[in-house]
Write a protein that binds this ligand. Structure first.
Ligand code: 2NL
Length: 379
């Protein structure tokens, strides 16, 4: 900091250069000369300008500004000590101090403008959006693998003269079990891990475990002949793993007419499996049990991966099990008011998810629900 005292010492740089300076050297501060003060002032201004050039922020500039031209600045201190100068000297020094203050103030203002402009530019850059960026628009999606399989199966059966029917996913115990020859407490009910709803009497309302209730509703509402398929979502209390999900898709078929035989069933299974998998794939039936069909069978197709030689998909057997089928049990006809002495029929059912997985070699049923675009976009 330059004080009147140091201004005096600063004078030594120019001492001896003139008679007046020598006089002041011996006469104390009141005899300060304009020349000496001017040299000090130049130094103050030069140092101030240099300091200003190093300022990097507007905030920092505030501090420097008060140090350069504020109340405690050297210039103000010199100003404050002018009273000790002779009047004619005082005026001249005062003018020089003012001029120095003006130069510094101007420089501060100029620096402030620069810094503010720079800070504005930084803020703008940070806040700006690149509106020239080309965002890739979402491409068209496509029908889910399972829906594709369902659509294809519907088309196939419609081509064979079937109608397509849908029904509620929330069902009553009667439609899901009792009408299908499974009275309350019948042990066959344990074949399905049912999800019951807290609605009405205990275990009276549930998420359908198969689409059979749709066929029951159709048989109730229209007289035979009937040839229909019922595709849709079904629910079972399963812990998810590679082969199980608590929600899956099933399609069931039902034909009711006079004189329908097990041969019609076998021929229908053969016709639709060949239509779906191609002319090289054939089917066979193996005895089984379902509460709502008698006799009952499982149907299998020749392995379309290895052609029957044996591979991982068919567990070396050459056959792949697809679903179940059978002749509609007379008790089911009784439940819906169709006379089993006049009418007979067959029914079959299989999983749409499983069919799609087999066809495309999907090894984990959970892929169908996880919604990973990398999986979905393959189909
Ligand atoms: C399977 C077995 C089957 C049926 C479903 C049915 C429906 C009525 C009457 C008689 Cl209304 N049967 N449906 C019959 C046999 C098997 O499905 O494994 N599904 C995945």
């Amino acid at each position: 900091m330059i004080s009147p005292r140091s201004a005096t010492s600063g004078r030594s740089a120019t001492s001896g250069s003139s008679a007046t300076s020598e006089r002041s050297a011996t006469s104390g501060p009141s005899d300060e000369t304009p020349e000496v003060a001017a040299g000090d002032l130049d130094q103050i201004v030069t140092a101030g300008l240099a300091r200003l050039a190093t300022v990097r922020t507007v905030a920092e500039l505030k501090d420097i500004e008060s140090a350069l031209v504020g109340r405690t600045s050297p210039l103000s201190q010199i100003n404050g000590s002018l009273g000790r100068l002779a009047p004619e000297v005082r005026r001249e020094v005062g003018r020089a101090v003012n001029e120095a203050r003006m130069r510094l103030s101007d420089a501060v203002a100029q620096r402030r403008e620069q810094l503010e402009a720079a800070e504005r530019a930084t803020t703008l850059a940070a806040e700006s959006l690149d509106l020239t960026e080309v965002a890739t628009p979402p491409g068209p999606g496509h029908i889910h693998l399972v829906t594709q399989a369902r659509d294809e199966l519907e088309d196939l059966f419609v081509g064979m003269g079937y109608t397509v029917a849908e029904g509620p996913e929330v069902e009553t115990d009667w439609y899901n079990f009792e009408a299908l020859n499974m009275p309350p407490d019948h042990p066959a009910r344990s074949m399905w891990d049912t999800l019951y709803l807290r609605l009405g009497a205990t275990e009276s309302t549930l998420l359908r475990t198969h689409t059979s209730p749709v066929q029951v509703r159709v048989m109730q509402s229209q007289p035979p002949p009937i040839a229909m398929v019922a595709p849709g979502r079904c629910y079972r209390r399963d812990t998810p793993d590679a082969r199980h999900l608590p929600v899956f898709h099933q399609i069931e078929g039902l034909v009711v007419d006079r004189g329908i035989t097990f041969g019609d069933l076998a021929g229908t299974i053969e016709a639709f499996t060949t239509a779906y998998f191609g002319p090289d794939v054939h089917s066979r039936l193996r005895p089984s049990f379902f509460p709502f069909t008698e006799p009952s069978a499982e149907f299998e197709v020749t392995c379309f991966v290895c052609g029957g030689l044996g591979c991982r998909v068919c567990s070396q057997s050459g056959w792949i099990e697809l679903g179940g089928c059978g002749m509609v049990d007379p008790n089911v006809f009784d439940a819906v008011g169709i006379d089993p002495e006049i009418w007979s029929g067959f029914a079959f059912g299989f999983g749409i998810d499983r069919l799609a997985m087999l066809r495309y070699g999907v090894d984990d049923i959970r892929h169908l629900l996880t919604n990973d675009i990398r999986f979905l976009s393959q189909f």
